[in-house]
Structures are given as structure tokens and as C-alpha cells.
Ligand binder design. Structure first.
Ligand code: PLP
Ligand code: COI
Length: 338
């Protein structure tokens, strides 16, 4: 693509050539269709608009040094879309249909897959919405599934440089027994105000605590939280946290590198004991956390020197990226090579 400056891409939407769609009606999914239309025609009483019947996913395709295109952990994203849909009483595509739509959307936009070495990737956004008219609070009978792609750079402008994060005790992104563990738009709507306030205060990230007691660490913006201490990879476990596929992968990599993996409730009070901290996710990859600021106690927690990534964050990041880009063998079978 002659007029895209791949190296300076941020995390935003750029129009690509085609997206892939299917509709569910009369108890079955129609065939996948490819279209150049960026818009959807929707009934004004569709359940996605009124009652939040919406699921999305996020995964990435990478162009390797060998010219091959790899997609990371399609099946896990498909399974998470299915479990979100089940929670929201929605009809989901099968793993196979999801896989087919994702690979088709990537193939159809091959010229938008950033070249190897630019650091940019092709972000894949599958979307599932309830589409027929319901005025009572009921699940839809009809659904639309679509997959679009867009080339992206780093989620945080810091890239792999540590981010600054602020604790927010005034807003919760999800209730203890709510929808935090599934990937639906409402969780993100609930996070917009705290994200905006954090930005205004100079912090790109928000650290959420558990909604009930504000005692445990929950999530870090649209990413999971992890920390390193005494040879341990420590990450919170809670019903209100989205099960991150990146985190799941890092736990495997960390274990194989000799770290002990602890997935458990993590007290906010432990923060001062961590040697390193990070946010992880498809968009964030690993964003090391340099500083956590707690405005309620006017206290700052700094990891390392606060401006350079720590050694474990760096090792984990490099190993994960090497597998994703095909620079190293993929012993786990995580990548689909197109
Ligand atoms: N937590 C939230 C709230 C997210 O939106 C995401 C992004 O998908 C993640 C965690 C990271 O999940 P994954 O690694 O599967 O992208
Ligand atoms: C992702 O990491 O894929 C996300 O969904 C995070 C954000 C862009 C919503």
C-alpha cells in the first residue's frame, strides 16, 4: 500500500477492501458473503441497539520475514465469542464458521497486512449483533456476524515503553457477577468515562480494582494485569476479568521459561512488592507498567526505573512476538499459517 506509513500507524480504523458477513435467520446461518460496504442496514428496534446484544473479538494477523501470514489463536477467539454469546442469549457462529470468516477477511485484504519489520499488524475485529426488532427485553431471533480488518500500530503510543496507570475507585467496568468475563460492548461503555478522566490527568491506563471491596486488582484498561516477583508470574483471577488469550499464552511461555505461574486474587496492597508489572492483550501485546498512581492515597508505585521495561517483561514480550511473527518455531500450535 503505497500511501500508508506503516511505521507510524496508531491504533485506529483505516478502510480496507472487503469485510465478510453472514446473517442468522429462521434458525440458520446464511452463507458468508464478502462486501466492500462499510455500513450495515439495521432495524431501529434491533436488540444490539437497545439491549446491548453485542459481542466483539480482537485478534491479529502478522506478515513474517518468510512472507507467510500467520493468525494468532483463532480458535480461542472463536470459543470466547461463543461463550460471550451464550451469556447474552445470542446465536454464535461455530468455531469453523468463525475461522472461515476470519481467514477470508484476511485473505481478501492481503495488501493491508503490514510488511515485516514495521511493527504494525493487521487487527481483525469479528462482531456479532442481535439484529431483529424486539421492544420487550428479549433476545433477538436474528443475528448478524461480520469480520472486518484494519492495519494497526501500537495501542499505547508508548509502544513497548512503560505506561503510566492511575487507579480508579470511582467507577467499575463490571459488577462482581456481571459481564466482566465476557467481551461485550457494555463493559467498554462503562469504561469510557474513567478512561477519559485518566487521559485528562495524563495517564494512558486505568487500573480497576474489584467492584465489591476495592481490595483486589482486577484489570488494566482493556488489558489484563500481570506482575513479576521472586521468579513468579502473578496474574489476578476473578469472575469480572476478561480471560485474555494473550495472558493465557504468556502464562504458558512464563512457565516454560521457568517462572512459577500464580493465577489468584491479587491484593492491591501487594503492588509495592512487585518487581515488574505489565498490561497484556491483543491490542496492548505487553505494555510494561512504569508507574501506578493511587490518587486517593496520593501514592505512586514505580516499577524498575519507571521508564524502561524490566527484564522479564522484555523476555516474555520477545518470545511472544517471535512466535506471532514466525521468527521462532511455534511449539504450541497457536498460529494458523495462511
Ligand atoms: N481485558 C479486556 C477488558 C480486553 O478488552 C482485552 C482485549 O481483548 C483483554 C483483556 C485482553 O484479551 P486478549 O489477550 O484476548 O486480547
Ligand atoms: C483487544 O486487545 O483486542 C481489545 O479488544 C482491546 C480494545 C481495542 C477494545
Amino acid at each position: 500500500m503505497e500511501n500508508i506509513n506503516w511505521g507510524s500507524l496508531g491504533f485506529g480504523y483505516i478502510k480496507t477492501d472487503l469485510n465478510v458477513r453472514s446473517s442468522y435467520k429462521d434458525g440458520k446461518w446464511g452463507p458468508l458473503a464478502t462486501t466492500a460496504d462499510e455500513y450495515i442496514s439495521l432495524h431501529m428496534a434491533a436488540t444490539c441497539l437497545h439491549y446491548g446484544q453485542e459481542v466483539f473479538e480482537g485478534l491479529k494477523a502478522y506478515r513474517g520475514k518468510d512472507g507467510k501470514i500467520r493468525i494468532f489463536r483463532i480458535e480461542e477467539n472463536a470459543k470466547r465469542m461463543i461463550s460471550t454469546a451464550e451469556y447474552l442469549c445470542m446465536q454464535a457462529p461455530s468455531v469453523e464458521m468463525f475461522r472461515e470468516a476470519v481467514t477470508e477477511a484476511v485473505r481478501a485484504n492481503e495488501r493491508f497486512i503490514p510488511p515485516y519489520g514495521t511493527g504494525a499488524t493487521l487487527y481483525i475485529r469479528p462482531l456479532l449483533i442481535g439484529s431483529d426488532a424486539q421492544v420487550g427485553v428479549n433476545p433477538a431471533k436474528e443475528y448478524m456476524f461480520l469480520v472486518f480488518v484494519t492495519p494497526v500500530g501500537p495501542y499505547y503510543k508508548e509502544g513497548f515503553n512503560p505506561i503510566r496507570v492511575i487507579v480508579d475507585r470511582n467507577h467499575d467496568r463490571a459488577a462482581p457477577l456481571g459481564t466482566g468475563h465476557v467481551k461485550t460492548g457494555g463493559n467498554y461503555a462503562a469504561s469510557l468515562l474513567s478512561g477519559r478522566e485518566a487521559h485528562h490527568n495524563g495517564y494512558p491506563g486505568v487500573l480497576y480494582l474489584d467492584a465489591c471491596e476495592k481490595r483486589y486488582i482486577d484489570e488494566c484498561g482493556a488489558a489484563n494485569f500481570f506482575a513479576i516477583r521472586d521468579g513468579r508470574y502473578i496474574t489476578p483471577c476473578s469472575r469480572s476479568i476478561l480471560p485474555s488469550i494473550t495472558n493465557m499464552s504468556l502464562q504458558q511461555i512464563a512457565a516454560d521459561m521457568g517462572l512459577t505461574v500464580e493465577r489468584r486474587q491479587v491484593e492491591f496492597a501487594e503492588l509495592s512488592t512487585f518487581e515488574e508489572a505489565g498490561a497484556c492483550g491483543t491490542a496492548a501485546v505487553i505494555s510494561p507498567i512504569g508507574v501506578v498512581f493511587d490518587p486517593d492515597n496520593d501514592r505512586k508505585y514505580t516499577f524498575g526505573d519507571g521508564v524502561h521495561a524490566g527484564p522479564w517483561c522484555t523476555k516474555l514480550y520477545e518470545r511472544l512476538r517471535a512466535i506471532q511473527w514466525g521468527d521462532a518455531p511455534d511449539p504450541y500450535g497457536w498460529t494458523t499459517v495462511l
